[in-house]
Design a protein around this ligand. Structure first.
Ligand SMILES: *Cc1c(COP(=O)(O)O)cnc(C)c1O
Length: 236
């Protein structure tokens, strides 16, 4: 059985998606950046396939999800209809879900510890051997050094990146951060940009619904926008 969403919701999602794209383009132009170099990741966590379809039909192809289990439930069927979808895992990943994550996601943004690097390295090697495509990787950095939050501590990022490359054969494409709730995000975005620069990484996944414009000013190559497109999520 499928959840019904009415036409008004359907149209609201498409309208908000278009408004978000326009806002990204404006923010890019305002700081002299090419909007084509900024990828909008539509964050569809907690929303059913019925809510995701209007965005797909409107041409959106890059999506973000937080939970492996939830994604396994909704994306395989959507992918059959839209094979060129690019799926990003932006939520914490348990090492025992590494196999599923490697099979399902095109990009994993939450690589944040050695045990996970090890698990991903093993699963990626197996996937390569089987001729399957393998995910691109971002390292999550805990820029606010919050205890409850995932991410590598800022002081340990350089060493972690070296270990990923040299010990685990993992190529890391960029960095991701989620600034603390109660702090202005821009200093965190700028800080992550500095860490990326000194490590010669060009991709920066920063900015969510409330602050993607500021993130674009500070060099975001990927913005992760959920509620501004799909509406408010139920508190879980
Ligand atoms: C949920 C989530 C988002 C989207 O947040 P919104 O405020 O709804 O845009 C972005 N990034 C991460 C890591 C998330 O968990």
């Amino acid at each position: 059985m499928s959840v019904q969403i009415d036409t008004a919701d359907h149209e609201a999602i498409v309208t908000r998606l278009e408004e978000t794209r326009a806002a990204i383009a404006r923010a890019a132009h305002d700081c002299g950046r090419d909007p084509g170099r900024i990828t909008l990741i539509a964050v569809s966590k907690t929303f059913p396939a019925e809510s995701i379809l209007p965005a797909l039909e409107a041409g959106q192809r890059v999506f973000g999800e937080n939970y492996v289990q939830e994604s396994m439930g909704k994306w395989p069927a959507l992918r059959e209809r839209f094979p060129d979808v690019e799926l990003h895992l932006i939520g914490p990943l348990q090492s025992n879900k590494a196999r599923e994550a490697v099979a399902l996601f095109d990009v994993i943004q939450s690589l944040d510890r050695i045990s996970l690097a090890k698990a991903l390295s093993k699963e990626i090697a197996k996937a390569r051997e089987a001729g399957a495509r393998v995910p691109r990787l971002f390292v999550q950095v805990n820029t606010g050094e919050e205890e409850q939050k995932g991410g590598v501590a800022p002081a340990e990022v350089d060493t972690f990146l070296t270990a990923c490359r040299e010990e685990y054969g993992l190529e890391v494409e960029g960095l991701m951060c989620i600034p603390p709730f109660d702090e202005p995000p821009s200093p965190h975005f700028a800080f992550l940009g500095e860490i990326a620069k000194r490590n010669h990484l060009h991709a920066l996944s920063i900015g969510m619904s409330a602050d993607f414009e500021a993130a674009i000013q500070l060099g975001a190559t990927h913005v992760r926008v959920g509620s501004a497109i799909f509406g408010a999520r139920e508190k879980g």
